[in-house]
Design a protein around this ligand. Structure first.
Ligand code: FAD
Length: 416
């Protein structure tokens, strides 16, 4: 039986383990942490955002980002430093900041998201539960007429792909979601997507890990092991070396989030991946909690009721591979909540968190084989890793076992 080593026990590595083991493969998941979902999959925004998938790179983005430079409370921060990985990523990002590339990326992400949506429904139908899943709908609100007009153009494009979304005027937004009442007079309108879902990503990972065991799938977890290198014969990897053990294998899946950059470099691969740091606050629901998931587009803040808690996630900081919580950014986020959706959550007991989104310049993940015979990638899911996990993992399992891939899921393979 083929032995597969998956590096990374986040939502991408774990779903990969599930779908590969379902194909009858013998899987070992390696992670330096002591449990699944210890890094970026830990306390993300919880959105299963199957319709709202447009990448960050778009025609207006460079100008917008320039306007944010130097502003401490800006939704995006850029710390320029001498790391060539940053400059190379920024250069590639600028090259895809145009409408044609954005529409191409949106289409690919849309297809992968629909595949994910169907697989997640199948998992729930089979009995996977306990991760606060809910189809609560999502409302993205805009303050400027210009921003709202651009969103309506995107809506037209997404509707052509099959998304069910509605443009609402400001009054309709407040009626639909009374928690927005403090923004009365400030909104231009919103885009409502009734079919969007929400869940806790970390709980999903924990439940899926238990489910794998209950189903008797051949998956072993090797926690607390940091991968330090690879053993290879010519272009074939024969083992993964960690700080405590050697794992012989027939194939390796690199699903280590932003950690994939350093691991790829050990094999001479320059992965087009850079961390986009974000923050979240997790707290009990307040007296004026939103019922829907709400995105305050201009501030890039998302509010999601998950179970009996509110998760507020925000910010895109290009500040290197540092996942420490920055108190100043958390203070900014707290102020934004107090101003815009006061009493939505119990801020006095909020738990702050920071995570690094593993982002490709185009926003489209890399799923497929590299120049090595048996090294596979499943990484670069950026701001949509939870949303795209099931579909990406199932796609990878098809590729790795030589099964046909539907044409709608083409275009994710790394270009090596
Ligand atoms: C603020 C914020 C909000 C977000 N909101 C959403 C959202 O609402 N919806 C959504 O779909 N997505 C969201 N995301 C994105 C999503 O969280 C990520 O895309 C996803 O978690 C990435 O999963 P991953 O498995 O690739 O990486 P990770 O979860 O980071 O897992 C990688 C694993 O690899 C391990 N690893 C790394 N290097 C090594 C090594 N050398 N040896 C051993 N182990 C190693 C790490 O310990 C880690 O456990 C958000 C992200 C952030 C930061």
């Amino acid at each position: 039986m083929k032995r597969i080593c998956i590096i990374g026990g986040g939502v991408i590595g774990l779903t990969s383990a599930y779908y590969l083991a379902r194909q009858g493969l013998s899987v070992t998941v390696l992670d330096q942490a002591d449990e699944v979902a210890a890094a970026t999959s830990h306390a993300n925004g919880g959105q299963l955002s199957y319709s709202y998938v447009a990448p960050l790179a778009d025609a207006g983005m460079p100008l917008k980002a320039l306007g944010w430079l130097g502003r401490k409370d800006a939704p995006m921060r850029l710390k320029l430093h001498a790391d060539p990985r940053l400059w190379s990523w920024l250069w590639q990002f600028l090259r895809v900041c145009n409408s044609a590339a954005n529409r191409r990326g949106t289409t690919r992400l849309w297809q992968l998201a629909q595949h994910s949506r169907a697989l997640m429904a199948q998992l729930r139908d089979e009995g996977l539960s306990g991760f606060h899943w809910r189809r609560n709908g999502k409302l993205v609100v805009f303050r400027s007429a210009e921003g709202f007009a651009a969103a309506q153009r995107l809506l037209d494009f997404q509707q052509a792909l099959g998304a069910e979304q509605q443009a609402l005027d400001a009054a309709a937004c407040l009626t639909l979601e009374p928690a927005l009442q403090h923004l009365h007079g400030q909104l231009a309108g919103g885009i409502y997507t009734p079919s969007e879902e929400v869940a806790d990503c970390r709980l999903f990972c924990l439940q899926l890990k238990d489910w794998i065991a209950r189903e008797g799938l051949d998956v072993r977890f090797a926690f607390g092991q940091r991968v330090t290198g690879f053993e290879r014969r010519s272009s074939t990897l024969v083992a993964v070396q960690t700080d405590s053990e050697r794992h012989a294998c027939d194939a390796v899946v690199l699903a280590a989030g932003v950690g994939s950059v350093a691991l790829g470099a050990r094999l001479g691969l320059r992965l087009p991946l850079y961390p986009l740091k974000g923050y979240s606050l997790d707290m009990p629901l307040g007296s004026q909690a939103p019922r829907l998931s709400v995105t305050d587009f201009d501030n890039k803040v998302l509010y999601a009721p998950i179970g009996d808690r509110l998760r507020v996630a925000a910010m895109v900081d290009l500040v290197g591979f540092d996942n420490r919580v920055d108190k100043e950014r958390i203070a900014t986020l707290t102020r934004l909540i107090e101003t815009n959706l006061p009493h939505s959550g119990r801020l006095d007991t909020a738990r702050p968190w920071a995570g690094l989104r593993p982002a490709t310049p185009s926003g489209v993940p890399l799923i497929g084989r590299t120049g090595f015979d048996n090294l596979w990638l499943n990484l670069g899911h950026g701001a949509l890793g939870f949303t795209l996990a099931a579909g990406s993992a199932e796609l990878l399992s098809r590729q790795l076992t030589g099964q046909a891939v539907p044409p709608s899921l083409a275009g994710m393979e790394p270009a090596w």
